[in-house]
Write a protein that binds this ligand. Structure first.
Ligand SMILES: Cc1cc2nc3c(=O)[nH]c(=O)nc-3n(C[C@H](O)[C@H](O)[C@H](O)COP(=O)(O)OP(=O)(O)OC[C@H]3O[C@@H](n4cnc5c(N)ncnc54)[C@H](O)[C@@H]3O)c2cc1C
Length: 520
């Protein structure tokens, strides 16, 4: 028996992919080597476009415990520990969702199970081989070793990916060995916290804004108050002596003294754990040489890792890899994928990964110690008075500047971009675009005067969902969305002319393999 897709790794990205495949009618098997979910504290939150993407699948509501849609941060953010004044922008691209990695994994696992995914815990991928028809995955399970045949194998098995290594895919990049990051959940004196802004007022030093890295010439400091949990306090320093001693709060206190020049009396964390207390030396910025090898694909940390500056790009990239690959792989398995669709996974996600490398490296350079870097920062501070610069950097750090090259330079400016969340009136009542995309189906949104695109195109049932509506504000008059919510085609005309209908037909064919019936 051949399974359609085996996913190696039941971390956030593997679980997201499992859900996406299931929405598209494919039943994957997830192999996760850990018998129980990991308690290791990792991500504290999601940042950037992924927050809006989760809303497109109804997952934002689950993670935020609120029916409200995500709202952008329109006040203040940071780039390389320098202020980005988002109030200069008419619409901020920076979205954030505080949520622990454990919680993200829980929600994604619940959803995968609801959708019927089989998750095998305690099953480790230890070998693989490919032939023309399938991949044979060698697995070590609780009851011994066995083989699993699958049409495709996706390595979502993290930075040290066995799948990547077994496939012979190199992982070139840079290892930074000069940087030491120390973090701990700890209490801070209650009187130091500004109840209005959440800032930590450090006597003798000044205010440190919450969640945002704060640079001095001796290193970095950050203070992240998590709702319902003790704050996470971190420092970054360079060229620290090597040590094997276990990390302690005293070590973090001493590091804060070196970085800020004053004492911060940290106390042990209270409340429910697990609590972080860690020292990480060095870091890697690496992108896999290939994201695919025959019937094997890589997503998430298996495909790319970044130095931890810049507000958590890890899940912003990885979860969107999963969403990009899911519908394409499902179409390939159904036999409905047009030529080149599956290859576009690598092209599109590699370019998104390279933007994040640029982001991470530029921010690392700007937070480094030394007076030369201070000079560079002064120059940047001047540049950051220009709203256009603020927009570019805010979009870069949020991963919102991704425009996939759909090969049509003259197309509508939204083509290749993540669709905006339009507010619409439909015959069934008001709805946001984000609520129409939860089934992960191709969607043609017809806002034209005559609402006659369905009739003009004469599509066969089930090929593409078509929704007619009236927009609540001015904007595009028609949009063709891929299941990952990127715009495959758009129009600004109240009555698209035959040329535009021709480009719409071409987009339907290119992305969904829709050929036209005699009637059309
Ligand atoms: C300290 C820290 C803080 C971070 N903070 C943030 C943040 O705030 N925001 C953010 O976006 N990102 C953050 N990241 C990055 C984020 O945690 C990663 O990008 C994310 O975990 C990657 O998910 P993944 O599913 O690709 O891989 P992983 O989370 O590494 O999951 C891989 C899974 O595969 C399993 N596995 C491995 N090998 C095998 C095998 N051979 N067979 C079967 N299963 C296998 C593993 O057990 C694991 O469960 C942080 C990372 C760290 C270390």
């Amino acid at each position: 028996m051949i399974t359609d897709v085996v996913i190696a790794g039941g971390g956030p990205n593997g679980l997201m992919l499992a859900g996406e495949l299931s929405l598209a009618g494919v039943r994957p098997v997830v192999l996760e080597r850990l018998p129980q979910p990991s308690e290791e504290p990792k991500a504290n939150g999601l940042l950037g476009q992924v927050v809006r993407m989760l809303d497109r699948r109804g997952l934002y509501e689950r993670l935020s415990d609120s029916p409200e849609p995500p709202r952008p941060n329109s006040a203040y953010f940071m780039f390389g520990a320098m202020g980005l004044d988002l109030s200069l922008l008419a619409d901020s691209p920076v979205y954030a969702l505080p949520a622990s990695q454990r919680r993200v994994e829980q929600v994604l696992q619940e959803r995968a199970i609801e959708l019927g995914v089989e998750i095998r815990r305690g099953h480790e991928v230890i070998g693989l081989s490919q032939d023309d028809d399938a991949v044979t995955v060698a697995v070590e399970g609780p009851d011994g070793a066995y083989d699993l045949r699958a049409r495709y194998l996706v390595g979502a098995d993290g930075a040290h990916s066995t799948t990547r290594k077994l496939s012979g895919i190199a992982f070139p990049g840079i290892t930074y060995d000069r940087m030491t990051v120390r973090s701990a959940h700890a209490t801070v004196p209650a009187g130091w916290v500004d109840s209005a802004t959440g800032a930590l007022n450090v006597p003798g030093h000044g205010a440190v804004l919450p969640f945002l890295p704060h640079r001095t010439e001796h290193g970095g400091f950050s203070y992240a108050p998590m709702p319902g949990h003790p704050p996470l306090v971190s420092t970054t320093e360079w060229d620290q002596p090597a040590t094997d001693a276990p990390m302690s709060l005293d070590e973090l206190r001493a590091s804060i003294r070196r970085v800020l020049g004053v004492d911060v009396p940290l106390g042990p964390p209270d409340g429910e754990g697990p609590h972080a207390l860690r020292r990480l030396t060095g870091g890697n910025t690496r992108v896999a040489e290939r994201f695919a090898d025959g019937r094997v694909f890589l997503i998430g940390d298996a495909a790319h890792v970044y130095a931890a500056t810049g507000g958590g790009p890890g899940l912003n990239l990885g979860l969107q890899d999963a969403i990009n690959l899911g519908w394409k792989l499902a179409a390939e398995l159904r036999g409905s994928a047009p030529p080149g669709l599956l290859n576009s996974y690598e092209t599109e996600r590699r370019s998104a990964a390279h933007r994040m490398v640029l982001n991470a490296q530029a921010q690392s350079a700007l937070i480094a110690p030394g007076s030369d870097v201070t000079g560079l920062r002064e120059l940047f501070t001047e540049l950051l008075r220009d709203p256009n610069t603020v927009r570019r950097l805010a979009e870069l750090t949020a991963g919102a500047d991704v425009r996939y090259d759909l090969g049509e330079p003259e197309a509508h400016p939204l083509t290749g971009r993540f669709a905006p969340d339009l507010e619409l009136h439909t015959p069934a009542g008001p709805v946001r675009l984000a609520e129409l995309t939860r089934t992960a189906r191709p969607l043609l949104l017809d806002l034209t005067e005559q609402a006659s695109l369905a009739e003009t195109l004469a599509l066969r049932p089930g090929q593409v969902d078509i929704v007619t509506a009236r927009p609540r504000t001015a904007g595009p008059t028609a949009l063709l969305l891929r299941p990952d919510c990127y715009v495959a085609w758009a129009s600004a005309s109240p009555r698209p002319d035959p040329t535009e209908i021709g480009t719409l037909r071409a987009a339907l064919q290119r992305w969904f393999g829709v050929t036209h019936s005699a009637r059309s």
